[in-house]
Design a binder for this molecule. Structure first.
Ligand code: HEM
Length: 159
């Protein structure tokens, strides 16, 4: 959450936009700005709707155990805390240890990019606030990049 805060709550945002209610500040958490539980749920659901139907995410879909019901719920619970709302994931399962949880899956740049593609589309569809959308996109990119645990094969990095 530290890096998310530093991106979203950057000095520029706080000082230039303190008077505006739709910019992230320490009080205005991403969780509040996105619309609380309903907004976070919409983003998480849209992400997996896109992942399960868009051919551009086919490799990502292929490594996910089916059905996706449990992960939809857990992703929502994780995002709730990550955005500054109730830490629902942590309350039930302990510290997320997100990178360790992903180690059983071989994640390279191609999968990271497919994950970001789904998130990019989901943000476009569910978040109106441009400052929030940009901040979340950057923070998601950093976190998704941190999940990479395999080098890309030469053919993948060329393509
Ligand atoms: C970078 C590419 C990523 C890939 C390829 C990936 C893939 C996966 C897979 C295969 C699972 C297991 C699904 C299951 O067991 O049902 C999973 C679980 C999960 N992922 Fe990711 N993921 C990525 C990035 C992320 C990011 C950036 C986040 C957070 C913003 C995230 C949050 C989660 C959560 C919360 C779970 C559920 C963990 C649990 O069941 O305990 N993932 N992911």
């Amino acid at each position: 959450m530290k890096w998310l805060s530093s991106l979203l709550f950057s000095k520029r945002n706080v000082t230039q936009n303190a008077a505006q209610q739709n910019h992230p500040t320490v009080e205005n958490t991403p969780y509040k700005l996105i619309g609380g539980e309903q907004g976070v749920r919409a983003l998480a659901e849209r992400f997996y709707d896109i992942m399960s139907t868009d051919p551009q995410a086919r490799d990502l879909l292929a490594i996910h155990p089916q059905p996706l019901d449990t992960i939809r719920q857990r992703f929502f619970e994780y995002l709730s805390g990550w955005m500054g709302g109730p830490p629902l994931f942590e309350q039930q399962y302990g510290h997320p240890r997100l990178r360790a949880r992903h180690l059983p899956y071989a994640i390279n740049e191609t999968l990271r990019d497919q994950w970001m593609y789904c998130m990019h589309m989901a943000l476009e569809d569910t978040v109106d606030n441009p400052a929030l959308k940009d901040g979340l996109r950057q923070s998601f990119w950093q976190l998704a990049t941190h999940m990479i645990n395999q080098p890309s094969t030469p053919s993948q990095s060329r393509g």
